[in-house]
Design a protein around this ligand. Structure first.
Ligand SMILES: Cc1ncc(COP(=O)(O)O)c(C=O)c1O
Length: 429
């Protein structure tokens, strides 16, 4: 919508938030209401949300809203008092992980969770070096900004962070056969570990999203992550899985992204979908790490784990289970993936389609030989989709990978609307 009201709101926003506060789409959306997979703008136009993973069980899910309101009108304090909600929630959440990941620290944002994971890894090892991927984003605190190789300036100069190449089967490494890719990429992890030790910084751990979501949801060479984590553990470092995007059943088959790769993290960080929009995040870790850290330095968080947040988190788990949303992600996810692959047959610009449950990446390329990024076309496409009432976005090192990640109650009918609209917009590129 490009109305006078919106232009005025944008101007006021620029004055008070600055001109660099990012907005989606060429014509920013002014959204006023949400329900399930739908969003409405100020003109009453309805949009199919194929992007917002935070509204995980659907926008304004009544059960979540009710749980929030009920607890907010009874008591809200913090974790320095005994309360059933935090214990019940932490028990229920940790039960969804391997037995070794038995303790939780509740915080408010993914950045905070990663910040705390870094502190724990550095405290545990007495060393500083952290390995990340070459197109990473893990949040915006000072230490976490150093991990943000995708666009954070601190990452370019940090001595205590090293980036390894994105383990991307589609693009691969020049001169390396597909069968040798896992070793080639894992060896770069070993190389970074050795370099940290030689430089006297020492190696503390590797922190990656197990689905490499911000990197473009790349297809990992089989066994890459297991091999890389093998190097990490052999060097005494910790493996931190950032499940802020990958977690809470997004991939359908598993609750957590790392379960796809048959690896066991020492620490897992959670966020975005955890509170369906209420600011909730967590560090899930081995008990010995949590206890040793606590002995070293007290950790307290004013808002994290408060009774209201825990009531919300519990309601999100209830809905995921009762509405069988992981099964839905498997079934509808397979339908969407099939539809995207059918579009790939008809639209040359689609180089690769990748999917994990209700998480999809569609890589747009100039040609199928060099696979050069079709960045400008990706920009045009997401704006055209928005005009036609379907919200998607794009990611990857060249911003040429369509990112589709709808709320979990996404239905087959929603999928048909997505695929039809995408087909139309691709044809008009
Ligand atoms: C993988 C990943 N980790 C961490 C974060 C940071 O989370 P938050 O914005 O809640 O601090 C993000 C946010 O986009 C993310 O994508």
């Amino acid at each position: 919508m490009d109305s006078m009201d919106n232009r005025e709101l944008l101007e006021r926003r620029h004055k008070v938030l600055g001109t660099h506060s990012p907005l989606f789409y060429e014509q920013p959306l002014h959204l006023v209401r949400g329900e399930g997979v739908w969003l409405w703008d100020a003109d009453g136009k309805r949009y199919l949300d194929v992007y917002n993973n935070v509204a995980h069980v659907g926008h304004c899910h009544p059960r979540v809203v009710e749980a929030l309101a009920a607890q907010a009108s009874t008591l809200n304090t913090h974790t320095r008092y005994l309360h059933e909600n935090i214990v019940n929630y932490a028990e229920r959440l940790t039960a969804k992980f391997d037995d070794s990941l038995s303790m939780a620290m509740l915080v408010c944002t993914g950045s905070e969770a990663n910040e705390q994971a870094l502190r724990m890894a550095r405290q545990h090892t007495g060393k500083q070096g952290i390995i990340v991927s070459a197109c990473a984003y893990h949040g915006n605190t000072e230490a976490v900004s150093e991990l943000g190789t995708a666009f954070m300036p601190e990452a370019a100069t940090s001595k205590r962070v090293k980036a390894v190449p994105v383990p991307d089967s589609y693009h691969g490494v020049a001169g390396v056969a597909q069968d040798d890719l896992a070793d080639a990429y894992a060896n770069s992890v070993k190389g970074a570990i050795d370099a940290f030790e030689e430089e006297g910084i020492g190696f503390a751990g590797m922190l990656v999203c197990p689905l490499f979501a911000n990197e473009g949801l790349v297809t990992l060479p089989p066994d890459y992550l297991r091999k890389a984590v093998g190097h990490v553990h052999a060097a005494g470092g910790l493996f931190i899985a950032d499940e802020v995007q990958a977690g809470f059943g997004r991939s359908g088959k598993h609750w957590w992204g790392h379960q796809f790769e048959n690896v066991l993290p020492d620490i897992v960080t959670l966020g975005k979908p955890m509170g369906n929009g209420h600011p909730m995040a967590a560090v899930i870790a081995r008990a010995d790490l949590v206890e040793a850290f606590g002995e070293w330095g007290m950790y307290f968080n004013t808002f994290g784990g408060n009774p209201v947040s825990c009531a919300v988190g519990m309601a999100v788990l209830d809905v995921l289970e009762q509405e069988q949303l992981l099964d839905n992600a498997v079934q509808v996810g397979a339908f969407v993936a099939g539809g995207l692959r059918a579009l790939q047959q008809r639209h040359d610009i689609i180089g690769d389609v990748r999917d994990k449950g209700l998480f999809f990446a569609v890589e747009l390329v100039e040609d199928h030989g060099r696979r050069a990024p079709a960045t400008a076309a990706a920009g045009r496409l997401i704006n055209a989709m928005c005009q036609r009432g379907v919200l998607i976005s794009r990611i990857g090192p060249h911003d040429n990978v369509l990112k589709l990640r709808p709320p979990m109650p996404f239905s087959k009918a929603n999928a048909e609307q997505l695929l039809d609209t995408l087909d139309t917009c691709l044809a008009q590129l």
